[in-house]
Each structure stands twice: as structure tokens, then as C-alpha cells.
Design a protein around this ligand. Structure first.
Ligand code: AMP
Length: 114
């Protein structure tokens, strides 16, 4: 299977504004931000979406969430609040088939999402 855009970013083959990375995850600024702060956090492992995860991915997903919270703190969002979104499948608007969490903050957000 050919590499997704996010796999190429994680592998250093495509440029991105990386804000955090380690051996398991990479976080980088969204190219089309939907909020003043909009960062994507992805696993280096090529998992399609949340619907595709298996029990063996639990440590990786836990790590990803802990690091998402660290990134939000680093972005100065801890006090004002932030949102984490995973779009899984066509109805949710999944455009890139590589698991990614959106970290959104810096403005007031409505609920439910449109
Ligand atoms: P989703 O609709 O959940 O699949 O979100 C895909 C996100 O990836 C969108 O918010 C896009 O703006 C973002 N995106 C697409 N290509 C890039 C890229 N090369 N660098 C950073 N973000 C990207």
C-alpha cells in the first residue's frame, strides 16, 4: 500500500511544522487550521482510523492521548480549554486514512459539531 501524507510527514519525507515527536507519535500544525491552534497528532504506526484499532494498540493510543494533553499545555490551551477530535469514516469526514487526532483550541467551540 502506498504511504499516506501523514506517513510521509512522520517519516520526514514531507515538510510539516512539527511541534512534538517521539518514537511513537508525531504532532504537527494542520495545513488548513480550523481554530487559532490546530495541531494533528498521529501514530508513526500506519493505523487507518479508530475503527481499525486492535487491543494491542492500547498502549500506543494511551501514549498518544497523554502526549496530546502535553501538546495542548505547550500551546497554552490548558486553562482556556481545547477539543480532541478523531474523524473515523465517511460520515465523520475522514479525509486522510492514517489515524490522527485533531487538537483544537484558542476559540469558543459549539456543540454538537455540524
Ligand atoms: P480529517 O478530515 O479528519 O481526515 O482531517 C485531515 C486534516 O489533515 C485536515 O484538517 C487537513 O487540513 C489536514 N492536512 C492535510 N494535508 C496536510 C498536510 N500536508 N499537513 C498538515 N495538515 C494536513
Amino acid at each position: 500500500m502506498s504511504k499516506t501524507i501523514f506517513q510521509k510527514i512522520a517519516d520526514g519525507e514531507l515538510p510539516a511544522q512539527i511541534v512534538y515527536q517521539d518514537e511513537w507519535v508525531v504532532a504537527f500544525r494542520d495545513i488548513n487550521p480550523q481554530a487559532p491552534s490546530h495541531v494533528l497528532i498521529v501514530p508513526r504506526k500506519p493505523i487507518r482510523n479508530l475503527a481499525s484499532v486492535t487491543p494491542e494498540d492500547a498502549p500506543l493510543l494511551g501514549h498518544l492521548m497523554v502526549k496530546a494533553a502535553e501538546v495542548a499545555r505547550q500551546l497554552g490551551l490548558a486553562e482556556s480549554g481545547w477539543r480532541m477530535v478523531f474523524n473515523s469514516g465517511p460520515n465523520a469526514g475522514e479525509a486522510v486514512p492514517h489515524l490522527h487526532g485533531h487538537i483544537l483550541g484558542g476559540r469558543k467551540m459549539g456543540w454538537p459539531p455540524g
